[in-house]
Design a protein around this ligand. Structure first.
Ligand code: TEU
Ligand code: CA
Length: 596
């Protein structure tokens, strides 16, 4: 296989520009704000910044609905501001990866507006289907099929100008592009090259594994009249889920290999990471094996889809630790010979992990569980992703009123599930939204304890677009940057460890005591050239709020008397951990890696 690429021991930091730093007092984060925080990011030690979209957009889905790929939305600044950010980042050794959203465009994109005319060359750039009165999507016997949108309602929207329906997996302002059309693919690659030539360092690719749709040999969609593929049965809200037909479709590998060839061949020092709903660990291995020339890595979601009832995001349940071990172990094993893994718990779509799987109820348990979960994630094999504020132990919003939320996914879901169909009652839905709304990750970054947490000036003309979490007075960067015991300091240690310890970056992974319900433990081993095991790390994390016995398989590997010199990193102080290990136990939320 190819020698270890530069990103094999890199750490990526995700910025949600809208919530990161406002520089002009309009209550919305912007590019100049990011540039003003580059020293903080360089000091943290991360290698790559991934920016969520800042292109021109109606902001229906906070920028994931793009109306001009080659311009910056005035909300965030200008192309010159982008060039300045790139320049200032590169001066600090930071690379910048942009968010590529090409499964769909905004309905306000020129391509879609042109496509509304059947005689225009763009007519076949989207998924259009004729309408027959009385067969509207969402009604029994609907045409072309009963698909529902991720954001509620039908996935088919009627356009009066063209007199047909167009397909949108997400909001009706996000029509899916037709990747079967080579003109679409050519236009996408042209735009990608324009950005790479401008000096960006790669892309995070939004739902890139949904671009190939499963059609029959005559191009007919499932459930469509005459199609060889039947539609799936409708779910509780009266629609079927398009995911089985759009995730990892028949031409997935062909499109990704073509993109690699058309955009990245001949370039170096770049990173491509695909957001991959519906992808299994085995398919991850294929897509990320460099021999297949597709993507460097993917985001898999099995672990973040597991803690809910009957696959419904709005019915959160507690994730049992053995289940998490089984999923992450499967992902690690799949890429033990070839291919690569991304490591993430947080992003702009997910609730914050310290509230989800940790305990944010007190300062002590919040800090301890944030560190324990960080150690657990960062000591796996792969490339870790830190989401803005995760390094501070920022928590969920804990909103109590519907009007505090901004995210169309949550608001549409409430309207559809409580008001329109009644499949969930208001109280349980408000609980589900409080636990799982994407807005939990989108409250402003907490820089200091001032009125708006330093996200925008205390005397700003406009309130932030979404409420600042009141707990910013105690959870903020200013309070942590000089505190060696802080969550922030612990993330710096983890990042530094990945940079300088080859076992962390490249060692293989072996899970221990898979059935233990409190302790997550594994071994990372690096063999020397001649196959001798050179160095081993034993990682043990008590992912619970109670004292835990160290389980037998793990305990068997412990030296009789653990010396502090064995301890590579610990969430507590070394003396405490030495005592814990000697007693073959771990304190609540205690995590440690020792050298064997
Ligand atoms: O997310 C796609 C996606 O799968 C998420 O919508 C996820 O399924 C859901 O939020 C979790 O319940 C990407 C972007 O990350 C997201 O912000 C966009 O809304 C979406 O695509 C459409 O572009
Ligand atoms: Ca601003």
């Amino acid at each position: 296989a190819t020698p270890n690429p530069w990103w094999a021991n890199a750490v990526v930091y995700q910025i949600y520009p809208r919530s990161f730093q406002d520089s002009n007092g309009d209550g919305i984060g912007d590019l100049k704000g990011i540039t003003s925080r580059l020293d903080y990011l360089a000091d943290l030690g991360v290698d790559v910044l991934w920016l969520s979209p800042v292109y021109r957009s109606p902001q229906d889905d906070n920028g994931y609905d793009i109306s001009d790929y080659q311009d910056i939305d005035p909300l965030f600044g200008t192309l010159e501001d982008m060039d300045e950010l790139l320049d200032e980042a590169h001066k600090r050794g930071l690379r910048i990866v942009m968010d590529l959203v090409v499964n769909h465009t905004s309905d306000e994109h020129a391509w879609f507006q042109a496509s509304r005319d059947k005689d225009d060359p763009h007519a076949d750039w989207y998924w259009w289907r004729p309408a027959r009165p009385g067969h509207e999507p969402g009604t029994p016997g609907a045409e072309p099929n009963q698909w529902g949108s991720y954001f509620g309602g039908s996935a088919w929207e009627y356009d009066p100008k063209r007199g047909e329906y167009y397909f949108h997996q997400f909001s009706k302002k996000q029509p899916d592009l037709n990747w079967e059309n080579p003109e679409v693919r050519k236009a996408v690659y042209k735009m990608m090259n324009w950005w790479m030539d401008r000096g960006i360092d790669g892309f995070r690719m939004d739902v890139i594994t949904l671009i190939s749709k499963k059609v029959d040999k005559n191009g007919r969609l499932p459930g469509e009249e005459g199609s060889e593929i039947a539609d799936l049965p409708v779910g509780e809200e009266g629609y079927s889920n398009p995911n089985p037909f759009c995730a990892d479709g028949p031409r997935q590998d062909e499109f990704l290999a073509e993109m690699r060839h058309e955009v990245f061949d001949g370039r170096e020092g770049f990173l491509t990471v695909g957001e991959a709903p519906g992808i299994t660990p085995a398919r991850n291995e294929h897509i990320t094996d460099p021999e297949n020339g597709e993507l460097d890595m993917l985001f898999l979601f099995e672990h973040l889809d597991a803690d809910c009832e009957d696959n419904t995001k709005w019915k959160p349940t507690k994730l049992e630790l053995p289940k998490l071990k089984e999923i992450l172990n499967g992902q690690q094993n799949a890429v033990s010979k070839a291919g690569w893994a991304s490591l993430f718990f947080d992003n702009h779509d997910q609730p914050r992990i310290v509230s989800r799987w940790g305990d944010d109820s007190t300062k002590e348990t919040r800090e301890a569980s944030a560190k324990a979960l960080a150690l657990l994630l960062h000591m796996h094999r792969g490339t870790p992703y830190i989401y803005e504020g995760e390094e501070l132990g920022m928590t969920n919003a804990h909103f109590t009123e519907l009007d505090q939320y901004r995210d169309l996914e949550s608001l549409n879901a409430y309207r559809q599930r409580v008001i329109e169909t009644g499949v969930q009652d208001s109280e349980s839905m408000m609980h589900g939204i409080a636990e799982r709304s994407r807005d939990n990750a989108r409250t402003p970054m907490q820089w200091d304890g001032s009125k708006y947490a330093g996200f925008t000036a205390p005397d700003a003309a406009t309130e932030p677009w979404i409420s600042v979490n009141p707990n910013h007075v105690e959870i903020n960067a200013a309070a942590q940057c000089d505190d060696p015991e802080s969550v922030h300091a612990f993330y710096k240690q983890l990042i530094d460890l990945r940079h300088r310890n080859p076992v962390v970056a490249a060692g293989d992974f072996r899970l221990l005591d898979a059935s233990d319900r409190q302790v997550y433990s594994f071994v990372r081993a690096l063999s020397s050239k001649d196959g001798q095991v050179a160095k081993r790390l034993l990682v043990m994390v008590n992912v619970s709020g109670e004292i835990a016995r160290i389980p037998s398989e793990t305990a068997a590997l412990l030296p009789l008397d653990v010396d502090e010199s064995h301890i590579v990193i610990t969430t507590h102080d070394s003396a405490h951990t030495k005592l814990s290990l000697t007693k073959r136990e771990l304190a609540p939320w205690e995590g440690v890696a020792i050298e064997l």
